[in-house]
Design a protein around this ligand. Structure first.
Ligand code: GDP
Ligand code: IMO
Ligand code: MG
Length: 429
């Protein structure tokens, strides 16, 4: 397999983890490059269902190196829970110590970051983003404001202490006077950092430069994205986005390997669309068809349990995601969820409700989205169970026509079709 990046191409939850888990079988090294435990990634393998948040989905295999890259943010107590959860499902503790590596350059989500995320969300009221309240935005804010704590800082008491003397007085002012929240003493923060140091110690890869150099020379690399292009900090439905870059370009930065290591970019699309949290969603269905997609698709968040908003496939935002996400091919998931729909719709344009103007390019200003309604083309459903299909030729004619039309609209090929959550329910083209 060529070195491959797998990213979400809609609003997250496209089924990236299922695709990563399958491709991980052919990779030696799997790395997450952005995001944190805001992600909720489901893998169904060996008859069991696993939920990952920060750990790369390749961890279920023997002898693969799974890296949490420099572009990620880590909430160590969440990571500890995640590891314990997977251990309780039968994976050995020693397996994590052998296979899981953490970049010393990744940033730490501190308690004050989750305090601020929770406060902001509760106080923005109708203007809230609908975040996962995992402290993601505040952690990345500090990173870019050059006052974050990195994994490596936990392992050097002297520099940690010096850093805190600069960071903490400022942070406490922000906590008290901007957010009306409890400040932290230096002792409290040092204690928190000590707990985090103990959690992360078995996994931190202090020899990362040499290890990555060797990996680049001899190994097959799989880059695992979280979230999706339409949640990207630059290209998504800003400000209703996450605070990192889930595009293929983001992988080059967040995995410490530059652009030369990436040879193929698989964008994962659901055969319809979903979104959790607030923000525009032009093809959202608020009627019983949306309810049907949610109940058949099991559309509830892995991280927060929130019901996902559902709608038809939006080829306008999808075409935009192909461009700005840097995609070279498509993995289409959850095609089976459409098995019982007599009619299936694809938005191929937007109509301005005020002026009647038809547009085919994605409008990046989300505040204008309320003015648009989707222009749909309607496809005949196939009305049969496709969950057992093993080959493209096993698919019903109407399903093939739907796939062909998506390829035509997006201008790149579908290379993987998923017809159920299991590893086996996958068709390669
Ligand atoms: P991710 O965040 O992109 O990895 O996706 P999530 O794990 O949040 O959500 C995808 C959900 O769809 C999970 O419950 C998967 O087990 C499930 N899933 C993935 N592919 C398929 C598929 O082709 N068909 C069905 N029915 N479910 C799928
Ligand atoms: P995976 O990797 C779906 C959404 C949140 C919110 C916005 C900002 O499973 O696809 P944040 O906590 O990141 O500051 O929230 O982004 N969001 C996701 N939606 N899947 C995810 O991850 C998400 N991670 C964040 O709901 O709207
Ligand atoms: Mg998810």
């Amino acid at each position: 397999m060529k070195n491959t990046v797998v990213i979400g191409a809609q609003f997250g939850d496209e089924g990236k983890a299922k695709i990563t888990d399958i491709l991980a079988g052919e990779a030696d090294f799997i790395t997450r490059f952005q995001g944190g435990s805001n992600a909720g990634h489901t893998v169904v393998a060996n008859g069991k269902k696993y939920a990952f948040h920060l750990i790369p989905s390749g961890i279920l295999y023997e002898n693969k190196v799974c890296m949490i890259g420099a572009g990620c943010v880590i909430k160590p107590d969440d990571l500890k829970n995640e590891i314990e959860n997977i251990i309780s499902q039968g994976i050995e503790c020693a397996h994590f110590e052998k296979c899981l590596k953490i970049s010393p350059l990744a940033h730490i989500t501190m308690k004050y970051h989750t305090d601020i995320d929770g406060y902001s969300e509760n106080n923005l009221k109708e203007n809230k983003i609908g975040t996962t309240k995992k402290g993601i935005g505040p952690t990345y804010t500090d990173k870019y404001n050059r006052c974050g704590i990195r994994v490596e800082d936990l392992f050097n008491q002297e520099t940690l202490s010096k850093k805190l003397d600069v960071i903490l007085p400022k942070k406490n002012k922000e906590l008290e006077f901007v957010y009306n929240l409890k400040p932290y003493s230096k002792e409290e923060i040092l204690k928190e950092c000590e707990e985090y140091r103990k959690i992360l110690a078995p996994y931190v890869d202090f020899n990362w430069e040499n290890n990555l150099l060797n990996t680049q020379k001899n190994k097959t690399i799989l880059f695992e994205g979280a979230q999706g292009v339409m949640l990207d900090i630059d290209y998504g439905t800003y400000p209703y986005v996450t605070s990192s870059s889930p595009t293929a370009g983001g992988a080059a930065i967040g995995a410490s390997m530059g652009i030369k290591s990436i040879e193929r970019a698989v964008g994962v699309f659901k055969a319809y669309m979903t979104r959790v949290g607030e923000g525009a969603f032009i093809t959202e269905l608020t009627d019983e068809e949306g309810e049907k997609l949610r109940s058949i698709g099991g559309e509830f968040g892995v991280t927060t349990g929130r019901a996902r908003r559902c709608g038809w496939f939006d080829a306008i935002s999808a075409k935009y995601a192909v461009l700005v996400g840097g995609l070279t091919e498509i993995a289409l998931t959850k095609l089976d969820v459409l098995d019982t729909f007599e009619e299936i719709k694809i938005a191929t344009a937007y109509k301005n409700k005020l002026t009647g103007e038809i547009i085919k390019n994605y409008p990046t200003n989300v505040y204008t989205h309320q003015n648009y309604e989707p222009v749909y083309e309607t496809h005949k459903g196939w009305m049969e169970d496709i969950t057992g299909c093993k080959n493209y030729n096993d698919l019903p004619q109407n399903a093939k026509l739907y796939l062909k039309r998506l390829e035509e609209l997006l201008g790149i090929k579908i290379s993987i079709i998923s017809v159920g959550p299991d590893r086996e329910q996958t068709i390669f083209l």
